[in-house]
Design a binder for this molecule. Structure first.
Ligand code: F6P
Length: 489
């Protein structure tokens, strides 16, 4: 089974004198001002939760956008700071963007074009030529910041994350064709008919094909990517090698499902302190010990199916009145990308459905839905997982969904059940979950009922299998496979 030690050994064997550079839009630690004092938080989301443990082992350099309001106060003139702040083991290099750049590159092209385009959840992408200009310029800035770190005779491995940096590989390879670059695409890849409407589709594909290795979560997304390349640009798709050859450069295309640090989560979530935090969370939100809790946690994003989940829960309460007063749905998670109108609308919609459910069904002290707006610490998140009789992940489309895997990793007590959308990458591995189509409110209502009725014995039988799957396919296996694929080229 893959673990930290095996990854360390692999790095020794294959990348000994090689600079390891991670490049992502999102930084692993963000410094902020709270009550006039500088403190730090760990941003939520798959990139950080999966890659921070990896970097703690690889000990390289992470290059990212410094978006914290106190980042500059603690960062050196070279943009660098040692992290994790309490126990440093690698270096973070921050890139500064002004509001116009962040608007065009991050909110604009990345999140109003590529995000809806790739998720296909019926949100229309907004193509704005100005945003594209900023996307190009910021990708070039990231490339320059990384190139600065690689001396002429250095051997380097650059590991790029996600859809914010599709042009980065091309900009780096133009200057340094010798460095090896791999990119992981954390979101789905749509079919060619969906992707081809992007006015810059060709440029995006050409940027990505400068990688030596391009990898996504699941085979279906690999197939979509190869079909898109085959239909939209000149290049040879080699189905035998699963690669694309363009201008005599080959890009291997692979699927490597991302995961979490199973052992670390399992151990931290079992610490006695978690019990205290569970008690505190319940007390603060007025949840009785005899109530069954359904948990939900995510960035408030329209791809996560939060309104659909609440509608399914409302149907469950309507259809099965015997559960009123006995169950609670506890939703936590950070507001996200609120600079974008669609996200503001989503938050209003969520508020309004919660208000409707609570107005219709509350009785005495009991409220069927609790919305927790607190910024939860990692340990409080584990407490939420542990106190949830059942956890609900209802994404309308998701590359993987690591919250589902984190929930499983945290349940060392082998209790609890997982209601999971079939439209997540993780549904392919977490087959012992209760799988649902979040758009189908009847099926959602039945899933809530099934979770409520599941015997402790059945919960444990399923949870054991779920845990075995996440423990075997952990984050060290993911990065180990990517490094092995790359170094075997
Ligand atoms: O799931 C896609 C993704 O980009 C993740 O890779 C990331 O963790 C998450 O969305 C968070 O997005 P943002 O960085 O915009 O908050």
């Amino acid at each position: 089974m893959w673990n930290k030690e095996q990854l360390t050994q692999l790095l020794q064997d294959k990348l000994k004198d090689t600079k390891f550079i991670m490049v992502a839009n999102r930084q692993p630690y963000k410094h902020i001002l709270r009550d006039g004092k500088v403190t730090y938080v760990k941003p939520t989301g798959g990139v950080v939760s999966a890659l921070d443990p990896v970097m703690r082992v690889c000990k390289g350099l992470w290059v990212a956008y410094g978006d914290g309001d106190a980042d500059k106060k603690v960062t050196g003139e070279d943009g660098k700071i040692a992290v994790p702040p309490d126990n440093p083991s690698y270096t973070l290099k921050r890139i500064w963007l002004n509001n116009t750049e962040a608007d065009g590159y991050y909110y604009g092209f990345a999140n109003e074009v590529l995000w809806p385009l790739c998720h296909v959840v019926y949100q229309r992408p907004l193509f704005n030529p100005e945003d594209w200009k900023h996307y190009v310029a910021v990708n070039q800035r990231f490339a320059d910041a990384v190139l600065e770190e690689i001396k002429d005779d250095d051997d380097a491995f650059i590991f790029v994350q996600d859809y914010h940096l599709a042009l980065f590989p091309k900009f780096v390879k133009e200057k340094r064709p010798d460095v090896r670059i791999a990119q992981f695409w954390h979101i789905p890849w749509p079919n060619p008919e969906a992707f081809r409407i992007c006015p810059q589709a060709k440029e995006i594909l050409e940027g990505l094909l400068a990688n030596d290795l391009f990898t996504l979560h699941v085979r279906q997304h690999v197939n979509h990517f190869l079909d898109t390349v085959g239909q939209l640009i000149e290049g040879r798709v080699d189905m035998e090698r699963v690669s694309v050859v363009k201008d005599e450069h080959e890009t291997l295309v692979r699927h490597t499902p991302i995961s979490v640090d199973f052992d670390e989560i399992s151990q931290l979530a079992s610490e006695p302190e978690i019990e205290t935090l569970m008690k505190e969370l319940k007390e603060k939100h007025n949840v009785g010990d005899d109530q069954l809790i359904f948990g939900g946690l995510e960035r408030m994003d329209y791809t996560k199916g939060i309104p659909e989940r609440l509608i399914g829960y409302r149907r469950f309460l309507e259809k099965y009145p015997q559960f009123r007063g006995k169950v609670v749905y506890f939703q936590a998670g950070e507001l996200s990308r609120t600079h974008i109108e669609k996200y503001r609308q989503l938050n209003k919609e969520i508020e309004s459905i919660i208000d409707d459910i609570n107005w219709k069904y509350s009785e005495g002290d009991w409220k069927p839905v609790i919305m927790c707006r607190d910024l939860l610490s990692t340990k409080q998140i584990y407490a939420l997982f542990r106190m949830s009789h059942s956890f609900v992940v209802s994404s309308l489309h998701d590359g993987m969904n690591l919250v589902a895997k984190e929930y499983v990793a945290s349940r060392s007590d082998e209790k609890g059940s997982l209601i999971l959308s079939r439209f997540t990458g993780s549904a392919r591995e977490l087959t012992q979950s209760i799988q649902v189509n979040p758009y189908d409110q009847e099926e959602m209502a039945e899933a809530f009922k099934k979770a409520t009725k599941m015997s402790p014995k059945e919960q444990t039988r399923r949870m054991k299998k779920l845990r075995q799957s996440v423990s075997e396919n952990n984050i060290y296996k993911w990065i180990g496979t990517i490094i092995s694929n790359l170094t075997n080229i």
